[in-house]
Write a protein that binds this ligand. Structure first.
Ligand SMILES: [Zn+2]
Length: 124
């Protein structure tokens, strides 16, 4: 039979063990999060993890496909005009936004130019 004092000491030990485990998990999360999930894309970020780099690549790919579609539609237009909006291209809605920041792409119907407004993506 365990006395009350021994049972109380064991409960306190379990709480300390739990706190140690939580601190270790927190330290691991703080170390891993910016490298693999968080971090700013492009620009002067300290860490750019693979997830951020993948989103940057998807943004470049989206812009490339949008430009090719705009060029194809302009070429098929008798007067060579660019489409009035990105919706006219008939591409999925998620291709008309930056996957990193979620901002809609800027499109100028007069020139047919499309750009990403996300900081660091202006040159894509
Ligand atoms: Zn972007």
């Amino acid at each position: 039979m365990k006395t009350g004092a021994v049972r109380s000491r064991m409960r306190a030990l379990n709480l300390i063990e739990l706190l140690v485990v939580l601190v270790v998990i927190g330290a691991i999360a703080v170390y891993i999060w910016p490298r693999y999930i968080g971090g700013k894309s492009s620009g002067p970020a300290k860490y750019t993890g693979p997830v951020t780099q993948a989103r940057d690549t998807v943004c470049r790919s989206n812009l490339s496909q949008l430009r090719a579609s705009i060029q194809a539609l302009s070429a098929s237009d008798p007067e060579g005009r660019a489409p009035q909006s990105l919706v006219d291209l008939g591409l999925p809605a998620e291709m008309q936004r930056c996957p990193t920041g979620g901002e809609p792409y800027r499109y100028d119907a007069a020139t047919g130019r499309v750009q990403c407004p996300h900081p660091g993506h202006e040159s894509y």
